[in-house]
Design a protein around this ligand. Structure first.
Ligand code: KIV
Length: 277
């Protein structure tokens, strides 16, 4: 067993039991320091494949690899003690067959110590979700706008308008029947998200969905104001750390150029050792 393996305080059955209860608070994290902060306040920490866009500057999540997910999963594991840690299965690591999905999900779980994996897809993934859950791998599903298949959607569009609603409701029922312990609903009309939440027996986690969902999730860099490449309507910024970082880096550059930094407080003298050395 890898040294990373640790049992989270919150488990997939605990999350399932929260259906219809107090809202599940979920955020992504990709690094140990931020994972520590997120863990203090959230029920679920997701190592999302959004890491590819947010931290690695990729144009979409399509280029994210299994090794990237495992590396960030291990980093986040070191910062999470009480929340349920979920790691995304990246594009190409599960779609081929249930066996391929099991092989890669087992690797993610063994090497990161996460409590569950997340994968995108509804009815088309029903067989795979059943295969995984019956073999000891808890699965969080993800339907509606599924960013890994953005190329077939023709952009990050709102899902569930018109006839599409019926298919997405069917997706939700399929993943619940297959044994998923929760499902992310991304960028759906609120009417459809409400209906799915009322209909299926597992918690729905909304991102651009509805306030009636059983929980909410956002990409942490989005809500902290650190990611500016695009800014969907569903993102509320709870801080402007991108702007604050820009101001801080500008001050540093100015002080280095003017030789104001480092000052006496930041250099070492020949005399007695200071307290903060
Ligand atoms: O990759 C991710 O961060 C996600 C969330 C947006 C749900 O899938």
């Amino acid at each position: 067993m890898s040294a990373n393996v640790r049992v989270s305080a919150l488990t997939p059955p605990d999350v399932l039991a929260r259906k219809g209860g107090a809202p599940l608070v979920c955020l992504t994290a990709y690094t140990t320091p931020l994972a520590r902060i997120v863990d203090r306040h959230c029920d679920i920490v997701l190592v999302g494949d959004s890491v590819g866009m947010v931290l690695h500057g990729l144009p979409s999540t399509v280029g994210v690899s299994l090794d990237m997910m495992i590396m960030h999963g291990q980093a986040v594991r070191r910062g999470v003690e009480k929340a349920l840690l979920v790691v995304d299965m990246p594009f190409g690591s599960y779609e081929e067959s249930p066996e391929q999905a099991f092989h890669n999900a087992a690797r993610i779980m063994a090497e990161t110590g996460c409590g569950a994996v997340k994968l995108e897809g509804g009815e088309t993934m029903e067989k795979t979700i059943r295969f995984l859950t019956r073999r000891g791998i808890p699965v969080m599903a993800h339907i509606g706008l599924t960013p890994q298949t953005v190329n077939t959607f023709g952009g990050y569009k709102v899902q569930g308008r018109g006839d599409d609603a019926f298919h997405i409701l069917r997706d939700a029922e399929a993943v619940a029947e297959a044994g998923a312990f929760s499902v992310v609903l991304e960028k759906l009309t609120a009417t459809l998200a409400d209906r799915i939440t009322k209909t299926i027996p597992i918690p729905t986690i909304g991102i651009g969905a509805s306030r009636t969902c059983d929980g909410q999730i956002l990409v942490v860099d989005d809500m902290l104001g650190m990611f500016d490449t695009f800014r969907p309507k569903f993102v509320k910024r709870f801080a402007e750390l991108g702007e604050a970082s820009d101001v801080a880096v500008a001050s540093y550059a100015r002080e280095v150029r003017s030789r104001e930094f480092p000052s006496d407080a930041h250099i070492f003298t020949d005399g007695k050792k200071g307290k903060t050395e």
